[in-house]
Design a protein. Structure first.
Length: 320
């Protein structure tokens, strides 16, 4: 390899994934190490630096690295690269992550949250290419969102904008971990799908879904719901339809608020719902204020499980 490369680092509560990404958005090599969040800040940083070091040692490409991008759990300040107080990474409080990495590797370092970064990667290299205004949603263990206007992430006044997963759609709904009522994340993420299925099995125990779970409703996962639905199980199909109804309502609000050129879906749950994305758009007709919702495509993202690595690298390609 002789071309300039970007290092993309995706930090989670239990792992650090790092990859080398070229100018075409291709992940040419990657690695993964455990993340340590229950000790001090230096130990957490050591895990991140260890992932980068391992990646560069295995590839021999350190001299080709033009910049390092990092996806970190927030809240964080994307301008300064300071991680403020992420619930999933308690070892960092007002931690200058960008500066600490820059001290070791004398290249530009940028930090943002995973959904913002993944949205930018899709605009630069993926399903968002050619669109000016993009709304991106990761639907998986949680629901994270990113907004890109004219090739730049919309951060808001302080960098805290774009938390679409915590838009409440039921003012008296269940309390989300964030403290608000009726957040779409609590109602339609992977854990929500599993939770809804378990409740239904209490009154409808004759289900292939229960067989997949080994006869124990508490073992049901969202992946099992998707598999059982594809096989025609009535309980699982009902859960999937209810999830689609919730996402349709939520995304209809996004259409009326932002009128994006495209909506891109990422994350494991989005992949499971891929056959129904056109149904979401069809159900907006007459159900939103916007008179032309059918003109807004709803598509799967390019990067899937590697969205964090690609997104982090994408941060290196823009000064926005």
């Amino acid at each position: 390899m002789s071309e300039a490369l970007f290092v993309g680092v995706d930090i989670g509560g239990t792992k650090v994934a790092a990859g080398l990404v070229n100018a075409a958005g291709e992940i040419v090599q990657h690695t993964r190490v455990p993340m340590v969040t229950n000790k001090d800040a230096a130990t957490g940083l050591a895990a991140v630096l260890g992932a980068i070091r391992q990646l560069l040692e295995h590839s021999g490409a350190e001299k080709q690295v033009a910049a390092i991008g990092i996806c970190s759990p927030g809240p964080l300040n994307p301008e300064t690269g300071v991680v403020i107080n992420p619930p999933n990474v308690p070892c960092w409080r007002n931690f200058p992550l960008a500066d600490e990495v820059r001290r070791v590797y004398s290249v530009p370092v940028k930090v943002d949250n995973d959904a913002n970064a993944a949205a930018l990667a899709e605009v630069l290299w993926g399903a968002g290419r050619g669109y000016r205004n993009v709304f991106y949603a990761i639907v998986g263990t949680g629901i994270g969102t990113g907004i890109v206007f004219d090739g730049k992430i919309y951060h808001g006044r302080t960098g805290a904008a774009g938390e679409g997963g915590h838009m409440g759609i039921e003012y008296d709904g269940p309390i989300c971990k964030c403290g608000k009522h009726g957040c779409i994340e609590f109602l339609a993420s992977g854990p929500a799908i599993a939770r809804r299925a378990r409740r239904k099995l209490e009154s409808k125990p004759k289900s292939a879904l229960l067989e997949l779970a080994g006869g124990k409703a508490e073992n049901v996962t969202s992946e099992m719901v998707g598999k059982a639905s594809s096989a025609g199980d009535a309980v699982a199909k009902e859960v999937i339809q209810e999830t689609l109804d919730l996402l349709t309502y939520w995304l209809g609000n996004i259409v009326d608020l932002l009128e994006p050129d495209v909506i891109i879906m990422g994350g494991g749950v989005s992949s499971m719902l891929a056959p129904f994305l056109d149904d979401i758009r069809a159900h907006w007709k007459g159900a939103v204020l916007n008179p032309w919702p059918e003109q807004i495509p709803v598509v799967l993202g390019r990067y899937g499980e590697e969205a964090g690595i690609a997104g982090a690298a994408a941060l290196c390609r823009t000064t926005g």
